[in-house]
Every structure is written in C-alpha cells, then in structure tokens.
Design a protein around this ligand. Structure first.
Ligand code: HEC
Ligand SMILES: [Cu+2]
Length: 380
C-alpha cells in the first residue's frame, strides 16, 4: 500500500527516458549480434526484451503479488525510514553544533568535557531497542515464510547450468523448462493457493528468485531446500537465478504465470503439452522439443561445443567415447545409441565431455525421442 504512494510520485518522464535507453541498447544488441558469430541472435536478444518487466517505468516499484509481499515491503520501508530519520537527526545536530559552537575569537578555549553518562547510555540503549524490534519483526515474517501450510501444492524445481526444470508430482508428466523460447513460461501456479517448492541443483549453487512474490532461496547440489508462497494476483512475473553460476547465468530466467484456480489444470496441461502440431513433420517436432525442453542449453546445432557436443554432423559420424571405444552413429545402432544417450546419458559418455547431462528417462516419450532423432538426422 505504502509503495503505491511511491509509484504515484514517480515522474512519467523517467519512464520515457528509460524507454529511449532501452531502444538504444536494443539497437546496439542487434549490431553486436550481426557482427559477432556465436553471440545470441537478434531474435534471442529481442526475446529477452519482451520479458514481463513488471515495473511500468524505472521509478515504479514491483507489484506485490504474494501474501508475503506487503509484510516484507513494510519492514523494509520501516528500516529505510528509520535510517533516514537518524541520518537527518545526526547530521542536523552535527551541523547545528558546528555553527553554534564555532570559535568566535582566537583566544577562545575548548571546554574540557570528557564524557556524559546519560547521553552515552541513550545512544546505546535506543539503537539496541530498535534493533531488537527489527529482529523480532523480521523473525515473525521469517517463521511465516519457512513453514508451508499442509495443503500446499507441491512443485519440484531443479536448477542446472543454465535452466530450471519444474515438475508437478501431483500432475504426473507435466514438466516445464526455462528455455528462452516464447512464451517463456517456466512455472504455472493457481492464484490464492499455497505452493510449496522442493528445490535442488544438478551442478552448482543457484538461487530461485521471484521478486514480485518477495521470495528467494538458494538451490544447492546434494540437498533439498524448500520455499513456499501464495500468489495473490493473476499475471506473469519474472523469475531469476540470483546466484552467479557461470557465463550464461543471466539467461537463467523465466516467467511464473499465475492463473485463476479453476483454470489451473487446463492451462498447465496446455503449456506442458508436447505433441506434434497438425501437419508438422517429425523432424520439425523434434526441433521444437530441442528448444522447449532445454536441450539447446547444452547442445548447439551449428557445430560449436557448449556443455555438451554439438548435434551438427552427429548423424553419420564416428563418436569416440570416454572409455576409449568408439561408435558409428548410423543405422539402427546409431538410433539406439542416440536413444540411450537421451534416456541414460551416463551409459556412454562422449570423450572430452563431463557426464553432466540429466537422464530423460520418464520425461520424454518414445514419440519425443523418435522426433529428436529425426531432427538430429537433419543436422548435416
Ligand atoms: C546440462 C546439459 C545438457 C542438457 C540440458 C542436455 N544434454 Fe545431452 N549431453 C550433454 C553432455 C555433457 C553430453 C556429453 C556427455 C555424455 O555423453 O553424457 C551430452 C550428450 C548427448 C548425446 C550424445 C551426443 C554425441 O555426440 O554422441 C545426445 C544424443 C544428447 N546429449 C541428447 C540430448 C537431448 C535430446 C537433450 C534434451 C532433451 C539433451 N541432450 C539435453 C549435456 C546436456
Ligand atoms: Cu543459476
């Protein structure tokens, strides 16, 4: 509520200026994209610009889109107001005393006051009391944020360089991936229902951060962390990784879509659906799976190695494996090798690459794998 006041004070002009700067940056981005091979394409950069940037202009604050938001903001503003109050008080007193007790003549002597017990007590006790108030206030909110209600909807989140995988144990087979492909929706949740996230990482420490909900928690390899929230507003909200996790960290982003509870299951099914469109060839469908399911985070189609080997020229080539053997990716053996590499990637590891690929057994159907193989075959 208090924040809305701040929003009203924000000048329209600031928004215009920010828009102009954005356009310039976009133009520069396009120029860079066409100039430097290997940089994200102009389309990719423009895709990033279409992100729901929730603040309408640079001075506006974030929407308060969860039950935690107002509490966090109020405490935060209290701390800011307190700091401003004491800053003005201390600085004001300093300048006033500087003026009031300035030396008026060359023979004036400084009086020899050593200390003042009463004032010293006050300047210790008052801040101590205020800090305890901040602590208790923060602790109450913190406890609320750590204990999810028992009727929460479960969602599992897995972070890896550089994407999020979101699974719904109560809705088997519904999986979303952050993939920088429009519409970029990475998580769908119903409004007004508590949501509990169980999160882990496959590689390094990431941090799952939804600013509009005022929630953020580290996602750590080898352990599970929990987080919960209750969205209060239908809409699309930014999702970020808030722990620097490598050179594509800034692309580890997505959108959390909050929908009306009665539409939740339908919309989830719609977004998580991965079926060929009418008239779509298997290879084209495979290409779509490649980006929608985030294979593109680790595999290129242009010959450049990322975390994993490029798919360009994979079909028909002789692949050397980490155990010293080699395999020709052709014919039925080749198809079996690709299928195995997708379902159980550690069975045969390509030489020169770390076994970092997550297994997709149970996540991709036979039809999906068939389509992926058809797609790989087209990448000559
Ligand atoms: C986190 C990064 C990562 C993601 C995401 C990923 N892979 Fe991989 N993939 C790798 C790595 C690393 C290797 C090489 C090591 C190995 O063979 O396990 C690999 C190897 C492969 C191979 C064997 C390639 C060869 O040259 O022989 C295939 C096929 C493959 N991945 C398919 C997929 C598909 C399909 C997806 C998406 C559904 C996918 N990968 C997603 C990292 C990834
Ligand atoms: Cu990250």
């Amino acid at each position: 509520m208090i924040l809305n006041l701040l929003m009203m004070m924000a000048p329209e002009a600031a928004g215009k200026a920010a828009e102009g700067a954005g356009k310039a940056a976009e133009a520069a981005g396009n120029a860079a994209a066409s100039a430097a091979p290997g940089m994200p394409s102009a389309e990719a950069i423009q895709g990033l610009h279409k992100f729901p940037v929730e603040a309408p202009h640079s001075w506006a604050t974030l929407p308060q889109a969860s039950t935690f938001a107002e509490g966090v903001d109020t405490l935060y503003l209290f701390i800011v107001a307190l700091s401003v109050f004491f800053f003005v008080l201390v600085m004001g007193a300093m300048f006033w005393f500087m003026h009031k007790y300035r030396r008026l003549s060359p023979d004036q002597k400084t009086s020899s006051i050593t200390h003042n017990g009463k004032i010293e007590f006050l300047w210790s006790a008052i801040p101590a009391v205020l800090l305890v108030v901040i602590f208790i206030w923060g602790e109450i909110d913190f406890v609320k944020q750590t204990a999810p209600p028992s009727d929460a909807i479960d969602i599992r989140v897995t972070g890896q360089k550089w994407s999020w995988t979101v699974e719904y144990p109560d809705y088997p087979g519904k999986i979303l991936t952050s993939n920088n492909v429009e519409p970029r929706v990475t998580m769908i949740v119903p409004k007004g229902r508590p949501i509990r996230l169980t999160m882990t990482s496959r590689d390094v420490i990431h941090s799952f951060y939804i600013p509009a909900f005022r929630v953020k928690r580290d996602v750590v390899p080898g352990r599970y962390t929990n987080m919960w929230f209750e969205p209060t507003q239908v809409g699309e909200f930014n999702l970020f990784c808030a722990e620097y996790c490598g050179d594509q960290h800034s692309r580890m982003t997505g959108i959390v879509k909050v929908v009306e509870p009665e539409l939740f299951e339908d919309i989830l099914a719609d977004y998580a659906k991965l079926e060929p469109n009418e008239g779509e060839s298997m290879a084209d469908f495979g290409g779509r799976i490649y980006s929608i399911r985030g294979c593109n985070a680790c595999h290129s189609t242009d010959g450049s190695a990322k975390v994993g080997p490029s798919w360009k020229g994979l079909w028909g080539k002789t692949e050397s494996l980490a155990d010293g053997s080699s395999i020709t990716v052709d014919g039925a053996d080749g198809e079996n090798y690709l299928k195995e590499s997708i379902l159980d990637p550690n069975a045969k590891v390509v030489s020169g690459f770390a076994p970092q690929m997550p297994p997709y057994a149970g996540q991709l159907s036979d039809q999906h794998i068939e389509a992926l193989i058809a797609y790989i075959k087209t990448l000559k």
